[in-house]
Design a protein around this ligand. Structure first.
Ligand code: SN0
Length: 313
């Protein structure tokens, strides 16, 4: 595998999930695979889980890891071709990325969307320039539109809690205090559309995601109706795609509490973290028996490890 940016880079989701579960059972079985190989991780934005879980995954495979916080520790990068760089940017990605490529065998980058221009964000111009100019296998640590390592960890977590029947999975919008990017929601939708589940998305009107990612998923604007019989409820805020980057709704009724779970099939509740307690999701759910949130975070290691293993093989 030369790049991991989307579910489209994977031919068989189920096989990758099984591979991750095997690694979870025996994390150090492939310690020789990454010997004398270097993974470079570039963060243009903050990270807790992605940074640490990807480092652990690489270490489990015997790799060396370099991490750079490009938003703080390195020179301010320019991404516009032909720019006259007489402003705040110091180094062009055309110059910086080949340097990373020369030091590393695999390069991972986190580059959030600016939420100002839908066309710019959805063209993935920052990720595309890193892919082009490093010349090395590329691992997305979350791009402007997708977060595939998170979604793979989510699929692993669902697999570990599968009911005997074909599960119903609901992605529900939740309130937030500020405009939040779309990658986690887009990506979860993309992976669910490729999984053996019934998938429903619920959100207030105006929060429709890009249909290129939601595919054949059904959309139900009534949250309680959407939650009927759900086995898994994935909670996430996102800003509007149509009115790009705007907050259209702040209705606290959309925040999941125990009462909201009544019509579900004793649903398990998921969230990628970080989350704002009692804005996006209530304490009672997070601290109660329904929550899979910590298991999702723990599975980030084996998601990253399964992907790195394929890249090294
Ligand atoms: C991002 C998001 O897409 O939800 C990162 C997820 C891994 N989250 C935030 O930006 C949270 C910001 C905040 O102030 O709550």
């Amino acid at each position: 595998m030369h790049q991991f940016t989307s579910v489209r880079d994977i031919s068989d989701v189920h096989a990758l999930v099984q591979e991750a579960l095997q690694l979870k059972a025996q994390p150090f079985a492939f310690q020789q695979l990454g010997k004398n190989k270097t993974l470079g991780l570039v963060f243009m934005n903050p990270s807790l889980r992605t940074r640490l879980s990807t480092q652990i995954a690489a270490q489990n495979l015997g790799m060396n890891v370099l991490v750079i916080n490009a938003d703080k520790d390195s020179w301010a990068l320019e991404f516009t071709d032909g720019a006259v760089m007489d402003g705040v940017t110091v180094e062009h990605v055309r110059d910086a990325a080949p340097v990373l490529g020369s030091y590393c065998d695999i390069v991972g980058v986190r580059c959030f969307p600016g939420l100002q221009s839908r066309d710019a964000d959805y063209s993935e111009h920052i990720m595309q320039q890193f892919i082009r100019h490093t010349g090395k296998p590329y691992l997305s640590l979350e791009s402007a539109t997708l977060h595939p390592l998170q979604s793979l960890a989510d699929c692993i977590t669902i697999q570990e809690h599968l009911p005997a029947h074909r599960p119903k999975v609901v992605l529900t919008w939740a309130p937030h205090i500020k405009p939040i990017p779309h990658p986690v929601a887009n990506s979860f939708a993309e992976w669910m559309c490729r999984s053996e589940v019934d998938f429903v998305i619920t959100h207030p009107e105006g929060y429709e995601l890009d249909p290129r990612f939601t595919g054949h998923a059904s959309i139900e604007y009534n949250q309680q109706k959407a939650l009927e019989g759900a086995d898994f409820v994935y909670v996430k805020n996102w800003s509007s795609y149509r009115d790009y980057g705007k907050v259209l709704c702040t209705d606290a009724e959309w925040m999941l509490t125990e009462r909201h779970l009544d019509p579900t099939n004793r649903a398990k509740v998921m969230h990628c973290l970080p989350l704002r307690r009692n804005v996006e999701l209530s304490d009672e759910i997070l601290d109660g028996p329904h929550s899979l949130v910590q298991m999702q975070a723990a599975n980030r290691v084996f998601a990253a490890q399964a992907v790195l293993k394929r890249m090294l093989t």
